[in-house]
Design a protein around this ligand. Structure first.
Ligand SMILES: [Zn+2]
Length: 276
């Protein structure tokens, strides 16, 4: 065995390297008030009459998944997006529109209950944007604080009405926002699909970093081909958002999780299982 005196420089270098790596990665430690878990929640199925509305170049029917994500952090629970809405589950033929049909086979409420989380436990309700397939269950969480971009909050709906319940406390971010102050959950401003669209960067202690897309991108094919839907609010911003996301992925060595990409459903473990 080496005498301890000869191992000291090695130990010091190792400690310094660990310190530098820890500071650089910004990863929070589990069980010390930091981020602990991420649950993937089923939030509905979307059947589209015309996939081309979302994926230029395609025509004919298509399908999108609808995914929500629940994060357990030492400072409280955060729900990312709220899905189509539990009310759709009781509609025998789903909720129809000119665009297609929404269906919910399993409610968000029942999934939260299964893991022992009450709606009133949700500290933050963070929403990628204000479209109906993401805000369907906002009313389940009257005690939560909204985390949205100010540009989205201030964007009136087509009738001129507010898009979010004004009685809910809200943090209206203007750009990126580090939710818990430890770098583990960060809103990433990606306007374009809507005026105040945002993605969510999550840094899990074991799984690593994940970028949750919201609707900045709808499908893997759109991501691979840098395609954006024609009905997006701002085309140039939508393309800039893809560049920003690519930079975030690189900077944080993050995985891209596309909540509307149906082929990802089979790749994920859903609640009550979780990622650490
Ligand atoms: Zn959507």
């Amino acid at each position: 065995m080496q005498p301890i005196i000869r191992r000291i420089p090695v130990l010091i270098v190792a400690a310094l390297l660990g310190l530098v790596a820890g500071v650089h990665s910004g990863f929070a430690q589990p069980g010390k008030g930091g981020i602990e878990r991420l649950y993937v929640l089923y939030c509905g199925d979307i059947a589209l009459n015309d996939m081309g509305r979302f994926s230029p170049g395609y025509s004919g029917p298509g399908a999108l998944s609808d995914t929500c994500y629940l994060i357990k952090h030492g400072q409280g629970w955060l729900l990312w997006d709220s899905g189509l809405g539990d009310a759709v589950a009781s509609m025998p033929e789903g909720q129809k529109s000119n665009a297609g049909v929404w269906r919910v086979w399993r409610t968000l409420s029942s999934q939260l209950a299964e893991i022992g989380v009450k709606p009133s436990d949700i500290k933050y309700l963070a929403l990628s944007h204000s479209h109906g397939d993401h805000v369907g269950n906002v009313k389940l969480f009257p005690q939560s604080t909204l985390l949205v971009q100010k540009a989205e909050y201030d964007w009136p709906d087509p009738s001129g009405a507010p898009r979010f319940p004004s009685e809910l406390p809200a943090i209206k971010a203007e750009g990126d926002h580090d939710v818990f102050g430890d770098g583990s959950v960060v809103l990433i401003a990606t306007p374009g699909h809507s005026p105040g669209h945002q993605c969510l960067l999550v840094k899990l202690p074991k799984t690593g970093a994940i970028l949750l897309t919201g609707d900045a991108v709808h499908t893997k094919a759109n991501w691979d081909n840098k395609r954006t839907p024609v009905q997006n609010f701002n085309h140039a911003q939508s393309l800039a958002a893809l560049d920003r996301m690519a930079a975030v992925l690189k900077e944080h060595n993050a995985a891209l999780w596309i909540g509307h990409e149906p082929s990802e459903v089979a790749q994920r473990k859903y609640a009550p299982a979780y990622y650490e």
